[in-house]
Design a protein around this ligand. Structure first.
Ligand code: TMP
Length: 206
């Protein structure tokens, strides 16, 4: 594969969407073909799964939830991401398997290694070249979400300790793989965060 695979991670309300749009423009200005995508929901099937996972009323067993995310991921990588990387594009993706380790592993308290292994099986071991983690304290994230008109989805509506476990899990993941991760302070200004991201990406592409 000749392309470059960049993923964004972080809690809900950490500012990933804004930074992804800015990075896309920055890359395109430099002549790169960019595919922006997300999990769950980067494909038609993925959008159906996203609806089920995020908006279905009532309980979904933690292992079923983990498998639904993994099913979305398997289809997404096979049909969209891997072909884009084969073509040599830059794929900028909102969430990937680290989300499953953090949310289903730490959040739902499943074994994080097992959750990761399921995703690795689903994606034939595809790992990002760079993962940008936007770290935001739970109270700041909540304030941002409260000011958003959109209703909370099933995961966002989880209690504060769930989101605290997710945040700590992300920090452990980043500490374990410092060569893949960059952790940025999501409370910095949009411009400052964008600047730090482009510095990292420029190094990656050079
Ligand atoms: P989004 O709103 O950032 O698109 O993400 C949807 C929700 O799904 C978000 O609360 C995080 C959660 N999620 C998981 O729990 N596990 C996963 O593997 C992924 C990709 C997302």
């Amino acid at each position: 594969m000749t392309g470059v695979f960049i993923t964004f991670e972080g809690g809900d309300g950490s500012g990933k969407t804004t930074q992804i749009e800015l990075l896309k423009s920055w890359l395109e200005e430099r002549g790169h073909t960019v595919v922006v995508t997300r999990e769950p929901g980067g494909t038609d099937l993925g959008n159906e799964l996203r609806d089920i996972i995020l908006h279905r009323k009532g309980f979904i067993a933690p292992r079923a939830e983990a498998l639904l995310y993994a099913a979305d991921r398997a289809h997404h990588i096979h049909t969209l991401v891997a072909p884009a990387l084969e073509r040599g594009d830059v794929v900028v993706q909102d969430r990937y398997l680290d989300s499953s380790v953090a949310y289903q592993g730490a959040g739902r308290v499943l074994d994080p290694t097992e959750v990761r292994d399921v995703s690795l099986w689903a994606t034939e071991n595809l790992m990002p070249h760079l993962t940008i983690l936007l770290d935001v304290p739970a109270d700041v994230a909540k304030q941002r979400q409260d000011s958003d008109e959109r209703a909370y989805d099933r995961l966002e509506a989880e209690a504060e300790d769930f989101h605290q476990r997710v945040r700590e899990s992300y920090q452990r993941l980043a500490d374990a793989e410092p060569e893949r991760f960059v952790i940025l302070d999501g409370t910095d200004s949009i411009e400052e965060i964008h600047h730090q991201i482009t510095q990292k990406v420029a190094t990656l592409l050079s």
